[in-house]
Write a protein of this length. Structure first.
Length: 246
């Protein structure tokens, strides 16, 4: 029996009159790599933000790593420590060095000592192939390097689950692969991953499960082989036809 890391049941979310998510059910097991795709405005980013309480759903239940995600939950802070998130924008502190960006979370939130925090930071900079950038400031790095720092920063919290919200969409085309390569390596470490992306080559290579969303709902869930070659829904076929032809 595979251990459930994420369990979503009947989740809905509205922003005023706009319903962003409608009755979403999804389960992710430990070590599973899930890629969520779909047209703009289909609810992908909202779904992923509901997994660590950045957005709070209106109805339904969300359990992540055994913790209930809810507005009055005492577990929200603990949850955010256990779930790493990499955004479209890098969200690095511009006035701190790369090393300081990576150590601030473990030291402030987890009360890790400076020596251990720095050792952890250097280990994960090595993991994302930029150990030599430790003493630089974010503005001195390329976009691709900054996004790799953002990945390392999440790893420094020793997270069990990594969420990626279109991590390459703000990058110049020539920098996209360096970030995707790091994510592919990361996927091979057995971490649980949920990734919103339009990078279908990456999805084919990494995903155990593909999820297609449209208009706030999940339309199709399938292994990549079936998803790309023989999807069940016409909406999914049309979407893949558009995205794979470009």
């Amino acid at each position: 029996m595979h251990e459930k890391m994420i369990s979503i049941s009947g989740m809905s979310k509205s922003f005023g009159p706009f319903q962003a998510l409608r009755d979403v059910d999804l389960e992710v097991t430990r070590g599973e790599r899930v890629v969520i795709c779909g047209p703009s405005g289909s609810g992908k980013s909202t779904l992923i933000r509901c997994l660590n309480g950045l957005e709070l759903h209106d109805s339904g239940t969300v359990m992540v790593d055994g913790l209930l995600v809810a507005e009055d939950s005492k577990d929200l802070n603990r949850l955010r420590q256990q779930v790493g998130m990499v955004f479209q924008q890098f969200n690095l502190f511009p006035h701190l060095t790369i090393l300081e960006n990576l150590t601030i979370g473990p030291m402030k939130v987890q009360k890790v000592g400076k020596v251990e925090a720095e050792a952890r930071a250097r280990k994960y900079l090595e993991r994302v192939h930029i150990p030599e950038q430790a003493d630089k400031y974010p503005a001195q790095l390329s976009g691709g390097q900054q996004q790799r720092v953002a990945v390392a920063r999440s790893l420094c919290m020793e997270t069990q689950i990594m969420l990626f919200d279109e991590p390459t969409s703000a990058l110049d085309p020539e920098m996209i692969n360096e970030v995707l390569d790091v994510m592919i390596e990361l996927a091979d470490t057995g971490i649980t991953m949920v990734c919103v992306t339009h990078e279908m080559g990456f999805a084919r290579k990494v995903a155990d499960t593909m999820v297609f969303m449209e208009e706030g709902g999940i339309v199709e869930v399938a292994p990549p082989e079936k998803f790309f070659t023989n999807p069940d829904s016409d909406r999914c076929k049309a979407f893949l036809g558009q995205i794979l032809d470009h």
